[in-house]
Design a protein around this ligand. Structure first.
Ligand code: HEM
Length: 213
């Protein structure tokens, strides 16, 4: 869970940084998208490196879901009878449930997002090879912009709990794990989640308000 989580965190961070090119204008944004397709050309054919990265991402995503499923089963097996103490029960279940729901929301959003900006099925004005125009036409529709904002809020919660849990997962395997550093770990988890989700949320707002367009 933790290792695939780290890979997916790397993706959302670099995707967010790449999307910041939107603020530099259509030419820079589209140039960057084209650059990703031309990586290591002519040593490797166009989109070759991109496909290697995509396969890594698909693998990490599939293993992440598989681990979540396995973890849920282990949790249920470990405690087939519910907690007697209502306080403990609510606390433990809340974190787990938030992860499950925010994960499902982000997963469903991703399907929509690919149909919208990669395949173009969900975007009537989709122009192949012009991602800047596609982002602008898509996010100019208020309900779609709202969807992007809500999905990124879910992503923010997911990243916060997830980034924190990485330290628990890796920490429990390490002799150097020290609970005294917990505030630092929480700070990192909160900072990462707020940075990625916060910057992502600026994109629909920028298009809706005409800052980008
Ligand atoms: C407001 C926020 C976002 C914007 C503006 C945005 C924009 C884009 C654009 C323009 C593309 C197409 C790029 C291209 O054709 O070169 C894309 C692809 C993609 N996005 Fe996003 N994205 C956002 C958030 C997210 C989030 C939160 C995730 C993951 C949870 C995500 C995952 C992906 C994936 C997996 C692809 C396909 C990449 C590929 O195969 O080339 N995006 N995004």
């Amino acid at each position: 869970m933790a290792l695939t989580g780290i890979m997916l965190m790397g993706f959302v961070l670099f995707h967010m940084i790449g999307n910041l090119k939107m603020y530099l204008g259509a030419e820079d944004f589209n140039h960057y998208a084209e650059f990703l397709r031309q990586l290591l050309v002519p040593i490797i054919p166009p989109t070759g490196v991109l496909w290697i990265l995509r396969l890594g991402l698909i693998g990490a995503f599939a293993l992440h879901i598989q681990s979540a499923y396995a973890l849920t089963r282990i949790n249920h097996k470990a405690r087939p009878v519910n907690y007697k103490s209502p306080r403990d029960y609510v606390a433990v279940n809340w974190a787990a449930r938030t992860m499950r729901w925010s994960g499902i929301i982000v997963g469903l959003f991703l399907l929509w997002h690919l149909a919208d900006l990669t395949w173009g099925w969900a975007n009537p004005a989709f122009v192949d090879g012009n991602p800047y125009a596609n982002v602008v036409t898509s996010l100019s529709r208020a309900p779609i912009a709202a969807l992007y904002i809500l999905a990124n809020l879910a992503l923010g919660f997911h990243l916060y709990h997830g980034a924190w849990s990485i330290f628990q997962s890796l920490g429990s395997m390490s002799a150097r794990f020290n609970p005294r550093h917990n505030p630092l770990r929480r700070g990192f988890a909160a900072g990462f989640a707020i940075l990625v989700a916060g910057v992502n949320i600026t994109f629909p707002i920028a298009v809706l308000t005409g800052v980008v367009g």
